[in-house]
Design a protein around this ligand. Structure first.
Ligand SMILES: [Fe+2]
Ligand SMILES: [Fe+2]
Length: 156
């Protein structure tokens, strides 16, 4: 059992590492969003820290979802195709926004609005996966999930 947004959600064992990643990402995006009203130096520092987190953790997380989890459900007659399309497009949007963030970091000045939009997109993305897409996948392909074992990596 993992706590999520004040409630308690039972996750399939195979998805627990991804839910753990989500908690970690929520913490990091809160820091990014909170720093958006700081001065130039504070925004630069927070943006650099978030971009490093994204490169180290989120890129692998997206790949595990795209390569190990979503393929299990995409051919199911009741596949949540719209939901899978939504999260794939959001993965691409998140890559684009982090590239923009890194470009601003390299120039030495980061826009508050970009920090806010990036944090909001990632938060909505995680909520959709946790509240809608993961439950649908558990319901439709719970048995197939039993064969999934995500590689060990540092998720702290
Ligand atoms: Fe995702
Ligand atoms: Fe995710």
């Amino acid at each position: 059992l993992l706590k999520y947004r004040g409630g308690v959600v039972r996750r399939h064992d195979a998805l627990i590492p991804l839910t753990h990643d989500h908690h970690h990402a929520l913490h990091n995006l809160r820091l990014l969003r909170r720093a958006s009203d700081e001065d130039d130096a504070g925004r630069l520092d927070a943006a650099r820290t978030f971009a490093a987190f994204f490169r180290e953790h989120s890129v692998l997380h997206f790949r595990e979802e795209e390569e190990e989890i979503f393929p299990l459900v995409i051919s199911h007659p009741e596949a949540p195709t719209d939901g899978v399309v939504r999260v794939l497009v959001e993965h691409v949007r998140l890559h684009a926004m982090v590239k923009a963030l890194e470009a601003q970091v390299a120039r030495g000045s980061v826009e508050a609005v970009l920090m806010q939009e990036l944090a909001d997109l990632l938060r909505g993305h995680i909520r959709f996966e946790e509240d809608d897409l993961f439950p649908a996948i558990e319901r439709l392909v719970g048995e197939e999930l039993g064969a999934v074992s995500l590689a060990e990596r540092d998720r702290t």
